[in-house]
Design a protein. Structure first.
Length: 328
């Protein structure tokens, strides 16, 4: 799932646990050039505080006013039945709400009462599980089940099922200048960023400048193995030291990481492939997963420019993988 929507769920739980009434709103269908996709979420607190977006700002004001008028400051007892809301049925309404190209949004509005399912959902996401949430419209009942990567939203006028997954994460092997630039950009893209580098003199600078980065102690190959990389994980070797990079790549290329990359020239990459294949026994299929020289060919020279090319390639692999999974 997008980290923006994960933030919505976390905010909704915190607000509800603080005693506020909370409404959850989910995009269930779109027609035309709707600015937010199906599954996008918004949480509205009883006092008017908002988290998330369902239209990029087109209908939020009207939606907030409509919901606040019916939403008490304190949550009502018991479960409530979800409601359907549609915007942009006519060209005039689409124009009035600023929906581009006559776009139409169909939304599901839920009163958040019981938070047990939300605690369970967030806990399973934190454990890097994929979870499907099904809402029965006639009763408001919510059930959770195991989802699969690329699972699409399903709505049949009786129930809505959405898939939720863990935050995308990036493990950096090495904490040098390039790693700092890559980490900063990845954080802006809402990746969970982890770094492993046994060279303490490098680590201190990165962690001090970017406190949101999580330091993974130990040797890089152990860090990759312990991470249990899944299809939401990218691994990037940037130390330029074969003693550190190669052992980490040996583990990474046999994992489920959606992206594995390594810094180095074409000549160095050829030598690395030879070492990993001949001396460590990696298969040709495993070696072909390695992105190297790392990054899109932008003609980048400076660390910041190289970081742009690297992060762009990771995003490209992430998006292409998501599209493929959705088509299966």
């Amino acid at each position: 799932m997008q980290s923006l929507d994960l933030r919505v769920l976390k905010d909704a739980l915190q607000w509800r646990q603080s005693g506020y009434a909370v409404t959850l709103i989910t995009v269930i269908e779109t027609w035309g050039s709707a600015p937010r996709p199906a599954g996008a979420m918004l949480a509205l607190r009883g006092d008017g505080m908002v988290s998330g977006s369902v239209s990029g700002g087109c209908v939020e004001d009207d939606l907030i006013a409509r919901t606040r008028a019916a939403l008490p400051q304190q949550p009502p007892p018991g479960a409530s039945v979800p409601a359907l809301i549609t915007y942009g049925v006519t060209k005039d309404e689409a124009a009035r709400f600023g929906l581009p190209c006559g776009g139409t949004l169909r939304l599901l509005q839920e009163q958040l009462t019981d938070t047990g399912w939300l605690v369970d959902l967030l806990s399973r996401i934190q454990n890097h599980e994929l979870v499907a949430r099904t809402v029965t419209l006639s009763t408001g009942e919510i059930t959770l089940s195991t989802a699969h990567r690329g699972q699409s939203l399903v709505f049949d006028d009786q129930a809505l099922t959405c898939a939720y997954g863990p935050q995308w994460r990036l493990l950096l092997i090495g904490a040098g200048q390039l790693s700092q630039a890559v980490a900063q950009m990845a954080l802006l893209l809402d990746f969970e960023v982890l770094v492993c580098d046994p060279r303490e003199e490098y680590v201190e600078t990165l962690v001090t400048s970017l406190p949101s980065v999580q330091l993974v102690p130990g040797m890089p190959d152990d860090a990759v193995r312990d991470l249990r990389a899944d299809a939401h994980t990218a691994i990037l070797a940037l130390t330029h030291d074969p003693k550190l990079d190669d052992m980490a790549l040996l583990e990474a290329l046999q994992s489920n990481a959606f992206y594995v990359g390594a810094l180095g020239s074409r000549r160095n990459q050829a030598a690395r492939r030879e070492r990993l294949g001949t001396h460590f026994g990696l298969s040709e299929a495993d070696l072909n997963r390695l992105h190297g020289p790392v990054g899109l060919n932008l003609g980048a020279k400076t660390p910041a420019e190289i970081a742009v090319s690297v992060v762009a390639e990771i995003v490209q692999a992430k998006c292409q993988g998501t599209q493929i999974a959705s088509a299966l």
